[in-house]
Design a binder for this molecule. Structure first.
Ligand code: HEM
Length: 590
């Protein structure tokens, strides 16, 4: 019986082949379920690319194939003829919603900051560089207020005028000296300007942030280096040379001095940002980058730089108190001293918060200011009539300096109101549109222009494109989608004329003051979002504007910017911000 029974069970078992087939089918079924689970999950009702929703990598292959990734992203709503769309650019994560409608963007930034907070993306990108910088924090986060309190006074007119402005002036005056040397040696040929603007802005921001000694400033080394170069036609080796002139438009290549370790460490900041920004997994990308000696050394050197600068600051403060204040770091240490005393505790002068808020000046203010200036020199070369009018207005405004045959002093630059200068700076910021997308996350379910966006969705808001630098979107108004926030509702400025919105035209920012019979600068002439807006808009705006005004005044006062021919194209290069691909100047002393 027992034998019979075992035979009966054995006959019921499937053959190995059938068993294998069943296992394969089950595995395939399971894999298919995993595949379906991992596919992008569009948010109902928001337009998207259908083909991208059917592949694991979503829109990523299209983004990679595009010439400019960020431009591809902010152009998506226009491609869908809608003010919003969604893209699948973060693998295995929820879709990202793009908003390009100017009024909706302003509404979100300025009035709905509770529903749309900073989110995690910036924290991931800034990551290891300055984790305690308030830029990375959510507004509702504990500690955010304390960070803002620490930096609160650094953009007041008093701090800007007394502490920041002389440092800014020195940095850009050094650039004028450098360009005098270079233009003499270039003998009318163009030369690269982006590096010089980049290093000058670094000097300016570092001096304001932590008071870099003159001997350590990059421009001091650059000027000494260029002075040491022979005049062209260059004598053959040995020694540094100015390359021989090849043709009319060929740029003169100036060799560069080796940066010192401190400067090298600071220049590593935008590099690290760029590494994490390009990656779908920024945290891992930064950790891997730190395995390379170059980045690891830079991180160590940054720490020792801030330690040294902190010691220098403390010596100053202990010796002279508040009146010895020379930079933002001094100010933050002074505040910490006062706060510690009040709270009856020992001050923490080397706290990561003070360190990261100091580096925050560089993170927020270096690439941004340098890049706006790089675009500005290009616009000047392309628009000689703007340049000529600007120079005339500056000479008229600073008539005493003109009569005395000197440059305008910093006090004069601060106190003299020159509408055309403000218009040129504003138009440069608008056209350059160096920050194109900023991120937010929904803290609760939200409605934007009638579209439903679930809680915890990543949002990218466009600071460029339709309505700002391109003709506005002709958005069909679908009744069940609701209407745009109207101009009156958002108190927006009037829209730009679609016919000339793409042109560089500073005059658009001027209006007649009928009563006084003069032209005045009108900051509300039309839409601009170069510094973003609302409670989390650019913290350093005033400092940025002061740098731009100072640089523009000193450079136009001293130089005429000639056409650089084929080097003058407006092609962009997407780094941390949108830079011009080429930035050359051909200078004539005025
Ligand atoms: C022309 C130069 C500059 C431009 C175009 C610019 C633009 C911007 C933009 C678009 C944002 C994003 C705001 C948002 O997410 O809503 C921002 C944020 C910020 N910027 Fe600037 N910026 C400039 C200069 C500076 C300077 C000189 C500093 C120096 C301190 C600075 C510090 C910051 C900080 C700290 C934030 C973060 C604010 C927050 O999260 O609350 N920026 N900037």
């Amino acid at each position: 019986m027992a034998m019979d029974a075992s035979w009966a069970w054995g006959s019921l078992l499937p053959s190995p082949v059938v068993l294998l087939a069943i296992v394969c089918l089950l595995s395939a079924g399971l894999l298919y379920q995993v595949y379906l689970f991992a596919l992008p999950k569009p948010i109902p009702g928001i337009p998207y690319n259908l083909h991208a929703s059917k592949r694991l990598m979503g829109d990523i292959p299209d983004v990679r194939r595009s010439k400019h990734m960020r431009q591809w992203v902010w152009s998506q709503p226009r491609a869908h003829r809608a003010p919003l769309s969604q893209v699948f650019v973060l693998p295995f994560r929820r879709p990202t919603v793009i908003v390009t409608d100017y009024s909706a963007v302003v509404d979100i930034l300025a009035r709905r900051s509770r529903e749309f907070d900073r989110g995690q993306r910036i924290r991931e990108i800034v990551g290891l560089i300055a984790p305690e910088f308030h830029f990375t924090m959510e507004t509702k986060e504990e500690g955010f207020k304390a960070h803002k309190e620490l930096v609160r006074d650094l953009m007041t007119p008093r701090f800007l005028n007394e502490v920041s402005s002389p440092r800014i002036y020195d940095a850009f005056a050094a650039l004028v000296h450098l360009w005098h040397e270079k233009s003499t040696k270039a003998m009318g040929q163009p030369f690269c300007a982006s590096h010089d603007l980049y290093m000058t802005t670094l000097d300016s921001i570092c001096s304001v942030a932590f008071g870099l000694d003159e001997s350590k400033r990059s421009l001091t080394r650059e000027i000494d280096h260029v002075r040491s170069l022979p005049m062209p036609p260059a004598s053959p080796a040995p020694g540094p040379q100015v390359s021989p002139v090849i043709s009319d438009a060929a740029p003169v290549e100036f060799s560069r001095p080796e940066p010192n370790p401190e400067i090298e460490a600071l220049l590593d900041i935008p590099e690290m940002l760029s590494i994490s920004q390009k990656s779908g997994f920024p945290w891992i990308a930064q950790r891997l980058a730190l395995l390379r000696p170059k980045h690891a050394r830079a991180m160590r050197n940054r720490q020792s730089l801030i330690d040294t600068q902190t010691e220098n600051s403390l010596k100053r403060l202990f010796a002279g108190g508040e009146k010895e204040m020379q930079c933002a770091l001094d100010w933050m240490l002074w505040r910490e001293m006062g706060k510690a005393k009040k709270e009856e505790r020992a001050p923490d002068f080397h706290s990561p918060v003070i360190r990261d808020e100091t580096f925050g000046f560089l993170l927020g203010g270096h690439d941004t200011s340098a890049t706006v200036l790089s675009w500005w020199v290009k616009y000047m070369a392309e628009h000689p009539h703007v340049q000529a009018r600007l120079r005339a207005e500056l000479r008229n405004g600073h008539s005493v300096a003109m009569m005395e045959g000197r440059w305008p002093a910093m006090e004069g630059i601060i106190s003299t109101h020159i509408p055309y200068l403000e218009a040129v700076v504003q138009e440069t910021l608008r056209c350059a549109s160096i920050v194109t997308l900023i991120s937010r996350t929904t803290t609760q379910d939200a409605q934007v222009l009638g579209y439903h966006i679930p809680k915890d969705t990543s949002i990218l808001l466009s600071l460029t494109g339709p309505g700002l630098t391109e003709p506005s979107l002709d958005v069909p108004t679908t009744p069940n989608l609701g209407t745009k926030p109207s101009t009156s509702q958002t108190n927006s400025p009037p829209p730009w004329d679609n016919a000339d919105v793409h042109l560089f035209r500073p005059e658009r920012w001027l209006k007649a003051d009928e009563e006084k019979g003069i032209e005045v600068f009108d900051s509300r002439a039309g839409p601009i979002l170069a510094f973003s807006t609302g409670p989390r808009g650019c913290f350093g705006r005033r400092l940025g504007e002061m740098q731009l005004k100072t640089a523009v005044t000193l450079l136009i006062w001293n130089f005429e910017f000639g056409s650089t021919g084929p080097l003058g194209g407006m092609e962009i290069k997407e780094k941390f911000v949108n830079m011009p691909r080429d930035c050359y100047v051909r200078l004539k002393e005025t």
